[in-house]
Design a binder for this molecule. Sequence first.
Ligand SMILES: NC(=O)c1ccc[n+]([C@@H]2O[C@H](COP(=O)([O-])OP(=O)(O)OC[C@H]3O[C@@H](n4cnc5c(N)ncnc54)[C@H](OP(=O)(O)O)[C@@H]3O)[C@@H](O)[C@H]2O)c1
Length: 349
Amino acid sequence: MALFSNKFEVKGKLGVISGASQGLGLALAKQLYSQGASLIIISRDDNKLKSACESIRKNACEGMKQFVEYMAADLRDYKSSSAILPLLGKLGIEKIDFLFCCAGSAHPRYFLNMTHEDLEFGLQTNYITCVNLVHLLVKRMIDTNALESCSKQDSAIDDFKKAFRIGAKEPQIRHIVLVSSVVAFYNFIGYAEYGPSKAAIKSFGDSIRQELRPYNVDVHVVFPGNFSSEGYAVENKTKPEACKVIEGSSKPISVDKCAGIIIKGLQHGYMYIFTDFIGWVLESFSLGLDPRQWGIVQVFLALIGAIIGGIVDQIHQVYIQGYFRKEGGFITDEKVSKEKADDTEDAEN
Ligand SMILES: NC(=O)c1ccc[n+]([C@@H]2O[C@H](COP(=O)([O-])OP(=O)(O)OC[C@H]3O[C@@H](n4cnc5c(N)ncnc54)[C@H](OP(=O)(O)O)[C@@H]3O)[C@@H](O)[C@H]2O)c1
């Protein structure tokens, strides 16, 4: 018996990836294409999508008949997003095997400096883009015959076996992969616009996972820590100093490494995927009813989290108090930009 069976085989399969004109979405697209998948990629900018398609095609899998197509749409808008359905029709595609929702962005700032448009933008760009796409495509993913083998006379044991796919021949599973963030477990200063939308993605994933499993669709949520990308560079432009200190000095991993870790996690069949150790630890601290990964160790970490979590939060609060005192009160966006300019100057000297 094989110790490890690949639970995410993409050779010859068809996937849709949002936010794949750059960053994580593009890195995932290249790796999945190199493994033999065909793809439809979505983001807003036509030109960026065209050049993304060209770079993805360079990673073709030998001997495979593959394609990569794109659709430009603002996924915050349900009506524009629904153009995906006629595109599928035009390409003669009835079923989708996997869907990655990567579109999103963070613009950390102090809450007191945010406009209501900023707050709305955060929720729309990170959460609504994801929900719109899943809602439009989910009926192209479910296996409508999956419940056929169930009978009204089935016992609870039969239900248990089916829920955990025990005994029967492994059905063909389709995958929805939602990209959240580690801030879904511990949100902090600067991320009032971003963190709540990522926590909402976790909650959305938990709900539809239960509903879709009987239809042979697995719903995975990814909680990345920092990785280098175009989006990460933009994020750092406005990131306040107090936010950076709480975040810690961890170096971002490369976007290719991040994509590789996510694909490995899917191949292992994990429902929650972390791209660094700290993400896994933070999730363990707030374990609750979440899906497990190294469950026994997580129970001990949950205990440690319950003991030290409150203290860590207090330490952060004291640091923020001291920081605002030193800065002399209200910190405007201009003050943050000046700090950044001074930092760059110091680094250059
Ligand atoms: N980088 C990190 O350290 C980090 C950490 C944790 C989580 N994440 C999450 O990981 C995901 C990918 O991050 P990344 O750093 O790779 O981001 P990125 O480089 O900014 O790429 C974001 C992608 O989303 C697309 N997009 C943005 N808004 C859209 C919209 N309204 N409709 C359609 N497409 C849209 C962008 O293309 P257009 O602008 O052309 O539309 C782009 O292709 C995001 O959800 C992010 O929140 C990132």
